[in-house]
Design a protein around this ligand. Structure first.
Ligand SMILES: NC(=O)c1ccc[n+]([C@@H]2O[C@H](COP(=O)([O-])OP(=O)(O)OC[C@H]3O[C@@H](n4cnc5c(N)ncnc54)[C@H](OP(=O)(O)O)[C@@H]3O)[C@@H](O)[C@H]2O)c1
Length: 224
């Protein structure tokens, strides 16, 4: 989804910076990033390095930050390892919290999007992932209240998206997979939700919402 978000941001005229674990040479050829930093967000020192780099690259002024990196495992709690539990909580919760903290001055007048998941309400088979996204939801809503009037904070919860994350998490494929949303459609709906001046602090990027957004875009494009 990160690629689709970056492409959609670039299409809307933003200069886009990105980070990830993969080496620069392994980025997809159609990525639109102006600059990229390889960093592992499960390591606190690398989270701090990402914040320093983002501040230096932007001259301390960030219009929109989307904290999208995340992972999870489809397994019962008793089958989890302490290392994997810590990794999921670090990447999905600690890193966004620390990045929001460090980037706060640069975000004045801008928008911060936290990418949650409908799993924040619970997710059978993924208790650690659900816990991380549930806590991110609480964090985002509290922060939206605290920064209201200065930084727009929204916590955005997509439904299932066809990115391959589900397979990487270890969930067996089933018929439901054919209903997964396209990353591009979700990226568009997510950015529309984040960039709109008005709207709730917490929003679900549902099938219905994505479909409605595509329909409106189709009608608008058709009417030109
Ligand atoms: N797919 C879904 O069904 C779904 C539904 C709801 C919400 N979400 C959320 O949407 C976000 C994106 O998910 P996705 O479906 O695009 O998953 P994905 O294809 O597995 O991509 C995960 C992204 O997170 C980055 N990442 C993972 N671990 C990292 C680490 N330790 N340090 C730095 N970056 C790391 C990856 O970068 P590298 O590849 O470079 O490591 C990649 O950009 C996540 O927060 C996920 O929880 C996904």
């Amino acid at each position: 989804m990160g690629l689709s978000l970056a492409q959609e941001m670039a299409a809307r005229g933003y200069r886009v910076l990105g980070t990830g674990r993969r080496a620069p040479a392994d980025l997809p050829p159609d990525h639109p990033l102006d600059t990229y930093l390889q960093a592992d967000l499960s390591r606190p020192d690398e989270v701090a390095a990402v914040a320093d780099w983002a501040l230096a690259q932007t001259g301390g002024r960030i219009d929109v930050a989307v904290l999208n990196a995340g992972l999870g495992y489809y397994r019962p709690l008793t089958a989890e390892s302490a290392t994997d539990i810590a990794q999921v909580l670090r990447v999905n919760l600690d890193a966004p919290l620390q990045l929001a903290h460090a980037l706060r001055p640069a975000l004045a007048g801008g928008a911060l999007g936290l990418v949650g998941s409908v799993a924040h309400r619970s997710a059978a088979g993924m208790p650690v992932y659900a816990a991380s996204k549930g806590a991110l939801d609480g964090f985002g809503r509290a922060l939206a209240e605290e920064w209201r009037g200065d930084v727009r904070v929204r916590v955005l919860h997509p439904g299932p998206v066809a990115t391959g994350m589900s397979e990487r998490a270890g969930r067996p494929r089933n018929l439901m997979d054919s209903l997964f949303l396209s990353p591009r459609a979700v990226a568009i709906a997510l950015l529309d939700a984040l960039l709109a001046r008005r709207g709730p602090d917490r929003q679900v990027i549902s099938f219905l919402r994505v479909g409605r957004g595509l329909l409106i875009r189709g009608l608008t494009a058709g009417g030109r």
